[in-house]
Design a binder for this molecule. Structure first.
Ligand code: ADP
Ligand code: MG
Length: 724
């Protein structure tokens, strides 16, 4: 049986209670247990002499028990176990609180490996005294070198303990290793990338025999995650492209253009031309339109829809949120009405009666009476929606949708043409990798006359001035965005301090991270809610609201709609503020802990202001005194081209941000794919080599016919069923 199908209950130490606890951690199958990677390791293999330890330093020691443990009752409910142990350099006093049962564990003359904080005191005699309080003790027997050097620390849910989970993963490993499962990654790919086998990697990620074995294991597993991801991206994207479709003939977009108060930019004209050419073919268009915020993608979409309608087809435009869908509807409906084209808006809050009317009008056979264009949210892919003759599907801000949702809408149109609009300017090299399945149109030119958003990078000492600036801007009727990084409740446990985390292990020439470690010098992160509360106290007359990622979509939409309508003066948010939301009255964007954001993200955020008449500003607040962080933020002061910023970001941070903000996120939501070990920011080299290898493999074997196991894993990961 494939390891992914074996339930954990097949392991001998897993009964119903443990199975339930594991299940709460999302672990039901043996394979999932194997993929529960340690979050850190205690380095107990680096044995030190007592005399070599520093005071308060966590160390591993090999000590001989010198005295029998003595129990003492300090006060009620508090007992103490005390004994001495030595190595060639000195003697330590060892104490355990309330663990009397340990008394029998330590016999005089036995050797134990102790791991814990060593307290060191100088004495007049010149010989220092050492003590350890409640150290971890392992009986070393005759062969201390047989003890594992690196001890994994797992993420846990009670009632599971480290010991239980270690034991369970050990059992799972035994089962896996005895099953002699084939490595799904082809041998040539392993060799080319100097990777270890999956067996080696799984064994050494859980029970590393050395630091270098752990690094090799980690490298292999990260590569594997990227490699499967790369294969899946191209295979999933290919699925619809070969089926035939009815060509849409060239149309005449001049009636639409003449309604616009401006003329198209060269880039817009080029993009529309590319779309038009694609739609005239008898295979469905699969094109992505990539352009900076405000570069005017919407009108290109409108032109494409007009052409489809001129050929007697219908068109659908899907936006990720209600507010965006409504915004598009309000912009486009009046234009199309002028042209005698019927547009409907279909969202979650469309009433049932209204919905029925729209459904009927979409499936209406008589072209005279039917709705030509529907603009909406996910509501567009609900069951009841059927089109009479859908020829073109457009999704806006595509990263919010998964591959699955995209194709669900396309399926409604029996091989309709597909256009995806992305507001993340992506460097061309990366776009080719990410959207290998899509043709790309770049809008790399902004409409003329855009105002420049003055950008400042400041530190905490500017706080008061910043508050006055908020007061000034809102006093003049402007609106303010304040963005804080999403706060993750990180478990702070001092217990693990000093342990080796996976992040700390270098693999080969690891891409160096060019920004400061989070939290190093930054003020404590505030949650959006708390921050909004503080501001309300300071500015009681202002209307201050917040949105954050944990709010329900409808709640968020409501706040955004209020902001959009000018009912809110200051909006504090995590980055959930919608890409693409257009509030021309917003004139100040403040980004807190700006060092935590990628340049492209900052650019996106800056794009929220400067959309109207008001002179607009962007203030990047960061107390990070890291030189590199400062330099990064400073580049924002004089860089305004999204593509140039994206190139720079790619060079500095690797492809992480783009993946997270583009198709990666969407696929993850829909297909359950998530990276466990891989970090796209820091593992840039492995990312690149995995994509390169994936491309080469697919070139030689597009259907992965020679690698059925590999194909199976890719399909599972992306939740792809049946033939591709
Ligand atoms: P995005 O690419 O971010 O979706 P939009 O399509 O929303 O950008 O366009 C942003 C603004 O620019 C809109 O108000 C739109 O009317 C305007 N716009 C689009 N194209 C042009 C152009 N060629 N000249 C001037 N303004 C334009
Ligand atoms: Mg847009």
């Amino acid at each position: 049986m494939p390891i992914k199908d074996i339930p954990v209950t097949k392991l001998k130490n897993v009964g119903p209670a443990r199975a339930a606890a594991l299940s709460r951690m999302g672990i039901n199958k043996v394979d999932e247990l194997l993929r529960l990677y340690p979050r850190s390791y205690q380095n107990r293999g680096d044995i030190k002499l007592l005399s070599d330890t520093g005071d308060g330093e966590k160390s591993a020691l090999l000590l001989v028990i010198a005295t029998a443990p003595k129990k003492a009752l300090i006060r009620r409910g508090m007992s103490l176990l005390k004994f001495r142990a030595y190595d060639e350099s000195g003697t330590a006093e060892i104490t355990y609180f309330n663990q009397d049962y340990l008394a029998d564990k330590f016999s005089v003359g036995d050797v134990f490996r102790f791991y814990g904080k060593v307290e060191r005191k100088s004495r007049a005699s010149g010989k220092d005294s050492f003590s350890l309080s409640s150290p971890i003790a392992e009986f070393a027997g005759a062969a201390p070198e047989a003890l594992p050097p690196l001890v994994p620390i797992y993420p846990l849910t009670s009632p599971l303990t480290q010991n239980i989970v270690s034991k369970l993963t050990e059992d799972a490993l035994d089962l896996y290793l005895s099953g002699s499962y084939a490595d799904p990654i082809p041998a040539e790919v392993l060799v080319e990338n100097e990777l270890s086998t999956r067996s080696f990697a799984l064994k050494n990620i859980h029970a590393p025999t050395s630091l270098s074995a752990l690094a090799a294991a980690k490298k292999r597993l990260i590569f594997e995650e990227f490699f499967l991801f790369a294969l899946g991206l191209s295979i999933a994207g290919r699925r619809h492209s070969k089926e035939g479709t009815a060509p849409i003939l060239e149309g005449d977009i001049s009636p639409l253009i003449s309604l616009l108060p401006y003329s198209l930019t060269g880039a817009q004209i080029r993009a529309i031309g590319e779309i038009e050419k694609d739609m005239a073919k008898d295979v469905p268009m699969q094109r992505i339109l990539v352009g900076d915020v405000g570069s005017g993608k919407t009108v290109c979409a409108a032109a494409a829809m007009l052409i489809a309608i001129q050929s007697g087809k219908q068109a659908a435009l899907m936006a990720p949120t209600e507010i965006l869908a409504t915004q598009h509807f309000n912009d486009l409906e009046p234009l199309f009405r002028e042209l005698g084209i019927k547009v409907s808006l279909l969202t979650g809050s469309t009433t049932a009666a209204e919905k029925r009317k729209i459904y009927a009008s979409l499936s209406e056979k008589n072209a005279e009476n039917r709705t030509d264009i529907v603009i909406g949210t996910h509501a567009l892919i609900s069951e009841g929606v059927e089109f009479s003759d859908l020829g073109l599907v457009i999704t806006d801000e595509q990263h919010r949708f998964g591959v699955k949702q995209r194709s669900a809408l396309t399926e409604k149109g029996k091989h309709a043409h597909m256009l995806v609009m992305s507001a993340t300017p992506i460097p061309r090299s990366l776009a080719l990798t990410l959207y290998g399945d899509l043709d790309i149109s770049l809008i790399d030119e902004m409409p003329p006359g855009r105002q420049r958003v003055d950008t400042f990078a400041v530190n905490e000492s500017y706080r008061e001035r910043l508050l006055s600036f908020i007061e000034k801007q809102t006093g003049e009727g402007g609106q303010v965005y304040i963005v804080c990084p999403a706060v993750e409740e990180k478990e702070q446990d001092d217990e693990n301090e000093g342990d080796i985390t996976l992040d700390g292990i270098a693999i080969g020439d690891e891409l160096t991270i060019d920004f400061d470690p989070p939290n190093k010098c930054s003020p404590p992160l505030k949650s959006a809610v708390k921050y909004a509360g503080e501001l309300s106290e300071r500015f009681p007359s202002l209307n201050i609201a917040f949105v954050h990622g944990k709010m329900k979509a409808q709640e968020k939409d409501l706040v955004m709609a209020d902001f959009s309508a000018g009912k809110i003066d200051v909006l504090v948010s995590t980055t959930v503020i919608e890409v693409g939301v257009n509030v021309p009255n917003a004139c100040l964007m403040i980004v807190e802990n700006a060092e935590r954001f990628g340049l492209s993200q900052l650019h996106q955020l800056r794009g929220r202001v400067g959309r109207g008449e008001r002179k607009s500003y962007c203030v990047l607040v960061s107390d990070s005194d890291g030189e590199k962080a400062r330099a990064r933020l400073d580049t924002m002061k004089n860089m305004y081209d999204g593509f140039a910023i994206a190139e720079k970001d790619l060079a500095i941070r690797g492809p992480g941000d783009f993946l997270q903000n583009s198709s990666g996120g969407g696929i993850r939501q829909s297909g359950g794919l998530r990276f466990r070990l891989a970090d796209m920011c820091t593992d840039g080299d492995l990312f690149t080599s995995a994509f390169t290898s994936a491309r080469a493999l697919l070139a030689s074997d597009p259907e992965l016919l020679r690698f059925p196991e590999l194909l199976g894993e890719v399909k599972d990961l992306f939740d792809l069923k049946g033939n591709m």
